[in-house]
Design a protein around this ligand. Structure first.
Ligand code: COA
Length: 187
């Protein structure tokens, strides 16, 4: 029995606190590179009030088809970003995962990969999902490599669907099955 379901080596996943975390979410949303890595939407900053409302909606009203967490550094509890399962189709045992580490100085240091491993364990051992899917932009090799380290496989792509700074890029679809996740042991 795992008594540390929300704990990784570097991060822990917690509920968001709309009062305390909104300021961090709004600050991350001022970072246009972060926005462009996360979303196909037009990059647009959020006020603290908008971030607060979005957190409440994310945490409360999107359930049961979505489950979101804030990832915090285990060392000092600092909020680093968010991670969540959305579009859960309980009848099929399938969900999408999204991850965004807003604190840039933590990029490339294993925190995001650690958070992804925690949520995959949660998806496969607590929610008993069959598969988890995600999409990643062609211009985000760091994210793609992080997902490969978690054993996601490329399953397809929308060719040239993105238009950024005069160039076209693919959206890559990746997925992992519970049985593939289990092969590499109890993570
Ligand atoms: C994507 C994200 C979750 C990855 O988490 P992370 O903790 O930074 O990732 P890690 O440090 O574990 O691994 C990154 C890997 O990418 C590699 N990498 C970094 N930049 C790279 C590049 N330009 N090309 C190829 N590989 C690259 C690193 O070397 C590392 O691989 P390694 O461990 O084999 O050396 C995190 O960086 C993040 O949230 N970034 C901002 C928002 C974002 O991109 N979200 C994802 C949207 S799909």
């Amino acid at each position: 029995m795992n008594d540390k379901l929300f704990e990784g080596e570097l991060v822990r996943l917690t509920a968001a606190n709309s009062e305390k975390d909104a300021e961090h979410f709004a600050r991350w949303g001022q970072d246009s590179e972060f926005l462009r890595l996360m979303d196909t939407e037009i990059a647009l900053p959020q006020s603290v009030k908008e971030a607060k409302d979005a957190i409440v909606k994310w945490m409360e009203t999107e359930r049961p088809d979505g489950i979101g967490f804030v990832m915090r550094a285990r060392a000092d509890d600092k909020p680093l970003g968010f991670i969540g399962l959305n579009g859960i189709r309980w009848n099929h045992g399938d969900a999408f995962v999204g991850i965004g580490m807003g604190e840039r100085e933590y990029w490339g240091k294993g925190y995001g990969t650690d958070a992804m491993r925690v949520i995959l364990r949660y998806a496969f051992t607590e929610l008993n999902l069959h598969r988890v899917s995600l999409s990643v932009f062609e211009y985000n090799p760091r994210a793609r490599r992080s997902y490969e380290k978690c054993d996601f496989r490329v399953e397809g792509r929308d060719r040239q669907v993105l238009h950024r700074d005069g160039k076209r890029y693919d959206v890559i679809f990746m997925g992992i099955l519970g049985e593939e996740w289990r092969v590499t042991g109890d993570k």
